[in-house]
Design a protein. Structure first.
Length: 283
């Protein structure tokens, strides 16, 4: 047997399928997998390696998320077979994965506490009022406060899909609010390069503005974004314990800022990270 077939066999049994026949047919057979039962048997016996496009169907049948430990084990075993040895795996995969984390080196050493101390900026209620005036003002603020480059009204219009005149109006509004500065006629940039901004969401009178911003998030997600990842868990626990858990969750969400970048890249985007606990059924 190959490393992949051994891992697949173990994971299939762990998922509650004692036989290959039951696993294949209980998951929809060829309609789900896209290949025959005979082909699946060859995978499980190590006679054949799966094609890359087959992994999605196999993981779903195993009830595994791509980031789950079992899925990682399956991927690793597949790559071990393809690359031929643990040494080749460590050399090639280790070299590639070393560049995957995108945490800013200037922030990684001191962690989140250093970020708060040296890089966090608190938006004033007046500034937040300007930012939340409308969708163009809000998204223009996010474009420039999360980027250290200079922007023109045409740049803003091209990214947001608004008119250049609307982009110019938003830039002027944010400049008057002392969030941006003009570097030359028609060009603007953030007054605080490399900083991370927080909203005064808990200040009196700010909640309606924050609700308006949430509406901007939802609208933009439908228009240009979409789901990126989700993890749900239903737990019975005491309210006091969950309050303590929320403290840890708050910090975990805040620490997403450690991955922030203020420079453009091929795959950079604005991501919304939400940490939410809802009380459902008391019993």
């Amino acid at each position: 047997m190959s490393a992949f077939s051994e891992a697949l066999l173990a994971l299939r049994r762990d998922a509650g399928f004692p036989s290959a026949y039951r696993f294949y047919h209980r998951n929809g057979g060829r309609r789900h997998f896209g290949f025959t039962y005979v082909h699946y048997l060859r995978l499980e016996k190590g006679a054949k390696a799966p094609r890359a496009e087959a992994f999605g169907a196999i993981l779903k049948a195993l009830r595994l998320a791509p980031a789950a430990d079992g899925a990682r084990r399956l991927f690793r075993s597949y790559l071990l077979d393809v690359l031929g040895s643990p040494e080749a795996y460590e050399l090639i995969v280790g070299s590639v994965s070393a560049d995957v984390p995108s945490v800013s080196p200037t922030l990684a050493e001191g962690g989140f506490d250093r970020l708060k101390r040296e890089h966090l900026m608190h938006m004033s209620p007046e500034q937040f009022t300007a930012v939340s005036r409308d969708a163009n003002a809000y998204w223009t603020s996010e474009l420039l406060l999360n980027d250290d480059g200079t922007w023109t009204p045409k740049d803003v219009a091209g990214r947001l899909g608004c008119s250049a005149s609307d982009g110019a109006a938003a830039l002027e509004l944010l400049t008057k609010a002392k969030l941006l500065r003009a570097t030359s006629p028609g060009r603007y940039k953030t007054r605080q390069p490399g900083k991370f901004w927080t909203f005064p969401g808990r200040s009196k009178g700010m909640e309606p503005l924050l609700e308006r911003v949430r509406g901007f998030w939802d609208a933009m997600a439908k228009r240009q974004g979409g789901p990126f990842g989700e993890r749900l868990e239903l737990v019975r626990a005491s309210s006091s314990v969950m309050r303590q858990y929320m403290n840890a969750l708050h910090r975990a969400v805040d620490e997403a800022n450690l991955a922030s970048t203020h420079t453009q890249g091929e795959d950079t985007a604005l991501f919304l990270i939400e940490g939410r606990v809802r009380r459902l059924l008391p019993f």
